[in-house]
Ligand binder design. Structure first.
Ligand SMILES: NC(=O)c1ccc[n+]([C@@H]2O[C@H](COP(=O)([O-])OP(=O)(O)OC[C@H]3O[C@@H](n4cnc5c(N)ncnc54)[C@H](OP(=O)(O)O)[C@@H]3O)[C@@H](O)[C@H]2O)c1
Length: 270
């Protein structure tokens, strides 16, 4: 599979690094990147083909990965529209709908839209994927191979579900960072030194997440296992319940999903 990237920034670098680490030949990857700094950085790390504008390497690719910022997408697609001839297009741009992508690509329909997240930068990401009906099974597998290079994938049965995916897994790392901040700040308030507090908070989140992933038990069971009657955890969770934290949390995630939907309309307009 010959892969061309349109945009060679952070996310494209992560995908390229992951693909090469999993055995993809760097010579089968080409990147169109306008920024000289980003080109130099990428070229220093990987022996991929680099260009400043779509060229023969992109023409000869099987898959084109759209990895420019959402606000640059319409202009970037104008440079490749009409030259895709049945190629699979995989977009990782936040918020840009398939309707807008297809329109900007002159009616092209072989498009997979993906919503990755920042842990992809260290190979621990998760992405939600949705494909237009014209995308064949073998092409879905190609898209999956590319995204799996930096983590897990989950296919959505409807495109609209990419807004909740955005609210859960793309914004999700920020909720977890916030939780780490709060846990560490609470530790400091109780007298623990700042560095120790941060170490305790980070490792607790990492360990709990690893346990939740490795254990056959549900997170609910794991939580109940730590919550002894009349104990310390129960005292903390009682405060969460009294403050209706679960309801506030659900509202926060719903607000993110709604904003994702609005941004899709704003970004996809002509
Ligand atoms: N970073 C994440 O964790 C993350 C998570 C989920 C989704 N995404 C999506 O991934 C995409 C890429 O994000 P990123 O963080 O990798 O952005 P980035 O680091 O800014 O990379 C995009 C690169 O594309 C270049 N570019 C702009 N217009 C171009 C064009 N017409 N042709 C070729 N190259 C062009 C930019 O150059 P200039 O800087 O000179 O403009 C920049 O170097 C975005 O659409 C974003 O929504 C990212």
């Amino acid at each position: 599979m010959k892969i061309a990237f349109l945009g060679g920034g952070n996310m494209a670098s992560a995908l390229i690094g992951g693909l090469i680490a999993r055995g993809t030949d760097a010579r089968s990857i080409s990147v169109v990147e306008m920024s000289p700094a980003a080109r130099e950085k990428l070229g220093a790390r990987y022996p991929v083909h680099l260009s400043t504008a779509p060229d023969a390497a992109m023409q000869g690719s099987d898959v084109v990965v759209l990895a420019v910022k959402p606000q640059d997408m319409k202009t970037a697609l104008a440079s490749i529209s009409g030259n895709l001839r049945g190629k699979l297009v995989v977009s990782i741009a936040a918020g840009i709908t398939l309707k807008a992508l297809s329109r900007w690509l002159g009616g092209h329909r072989k498009i997979v839209r993906c919503m990755p997240n920042t842990p992809a930068l260290i190979g621990a990401g998760i992405a939600g994927l949705y494909a237009l009906p014209e995308v064949e099974k073998s092409e879905r597998e190609k898209a999956e191979t590319i995204l799996r290079a930096v983590g897990e994938v989950v296919w959505m049965p409807e495109e609209r579900l990419l807004d909740p995916v955005t609210a859960v897994s793309a914004s999700g790392p920020a909720y977890v960072f916030w939780f780490i901040e709060q846990l560490a700040a609470s530790a400091v308030k109780l007298g623990i030194a700042k560095d120790d507090a941060l170490k305790l908070a980070k490792q607790t989140v990492l360990g709990a997440a690893q346990l939740a992933c490795a254990s056959p038990d549900s997170p609910e069971t794991l939580r109940k296992n730590v919550t002894s009657k009349g104990g310390t955890t129960e005292a903390a969770l009682k405060v969460f319940d009294e403050a209706k934290l679960a309801e506030h949390f659900a509202r926060a995630v719903a607000a993110a999903s709604k904003r994702g939907e609005e941004m899709g309309r704003e970004l996809g307009g002509d």
